[in-house]
Design a protein. Structure first.
Length: 328
């Protein structure tokens, strides 16, 4: 990998001279709900006591870390589902995932990959722009998310590894990805699928965490977990995932590839869940990558901001043309 020719863009300023405030957009109801980690104001008190017995504190913290929020109401999902398309089911080694496909299946294909605790309609703003660029769009819920079946860990839990396996299975049904649009932890799932052999023309990563470390810190801080319990939490998480946490580092994952897809990263400078510094590190290490910097969009609104959607659609159109050229 190389930093050569990587670029950083700022919304609204020619030449990227300075960051500006991106206009605020309406926040869908799902994004305004409390984090599943903000379950009780008593948890910090509990974890302070459990720091005396970190084996118990770490066990509880790990269970809460991997516990998914409840699925959104069906009416909310329906309201945000674009018209048209066809429902589908894809079997993978851990069960069945469900989603919807839009457009001609013979066209270059775009895949929408939501983040931890998400659902595919969170990325629905990208469907029509990608269709307009001549792509077929495949969107699905990860294992234990939304309308998909439970994964190997039950109905309220999964792992990034499972999410990556599900993406690979869906792509095996619908064809090589021209572009994958992934939000947050969906970026890790996508890189794991690429590391396992998925061939992707281009990637659009929205608010990606570059490694598990900031996620772990965010979880521990949100719950009030002490340092001794946090160490146990991490060890238990590695056993659950089946990989050391370092193996989920996006730069390390990318460095193992013979060749890399084109990369667009859209990240807010004040993202509290996935630190902005990680996005800078990722595009610096990824030859030809482009970073689009936003202001005051946070971790979720980058998914549907019009400028971000337009940038992703442009990347998808270029990737589709690349797929067509390679098929000639």
């Amino acid at each position: 990998m190389s930093a050569e020719k990587s670029t950083i863009d700022r919304f609204g300023m020619p030449g990227g001279a300075a960051l500006v405030a991106a206009p605020r957009v309406a926040t869908p109801r799902r994004a305004r709900r409390r984090s599943p980690l903000a379950t009780s104001s008593l948890l910090p008190v509990v974890f302070r006591q459990l720091e005396r017995t970190p084996s118990v504190g770490g066990w509880l913290a790990e269970r809460l870390w991997f516990r998914l929020p409840a699925a959104p109401p069906a009416a909310e999902r329906e309201r945000r589902t674009p018209p048209g398309g066809e429902p589908f089911e894809t079997a993978w080694s851990g069960g069945v995932v469900r989603g919807r496909v839009y457009g001609d299946r013979g066209l270059p294909t775009a895949y929408l990959v939501h983040g931890w605790g998400g659902w595919w309609q969170q990325l629905s703003a990208h469907v029509q722009p990608l269709l307009d660029r001549g792509l077929c769009v495949v969107a699905f819920d990860a294992p234990s998310h939304g309308g998909s079946d439970a994964g190997r860990f039950g109905g309220r839990s999964t792992t990034f590894v499972e999410m990556g396996e599900a993406l690979a299975a869906v792509a095996a049904d619908f064809g090589r990805p021209a572009v994958v649009v992934a939000h947050s932890a969906g970026a890790m799932a996508t890189l794991l699928a690429i590391d396992a052999g998925l061939d992707v023309e281009a990637l659009a990563l929205l608010a990606p965490p570059i490694s598990v470390a900031p996620i772990q810190r965010f979880v521990a801080t949100s719950l009030g977990v002490g340092p001794r319990s946090e160490r146990v939490m991490r060890a238990r998480a590695e056993r659950r995932v089946g990989l050391p946490m370092q193996a989920l580092d996006l730069v390390d994952l990318a460095s193992r590839q013979r060749s890399l897809p084109r990369l667009l990263v859209v990240h807010d400078r004040h993202d509290r869940e996935a630190p902005f510094a990680g996005a800078v590190e990722l595009v610096t290490a990824w030859h030809g990558a482009r970073l689009v910097v936003t202001e005051r969009l946070g971790h979720h609104r980058v998914m549907w901001h019009p400028d971000a959607v337009a940038r992703v659609a442009a990347l998808g159109g270029d990737a589709a043309e690349g797929v067509r050229r390679s098929a000639r």
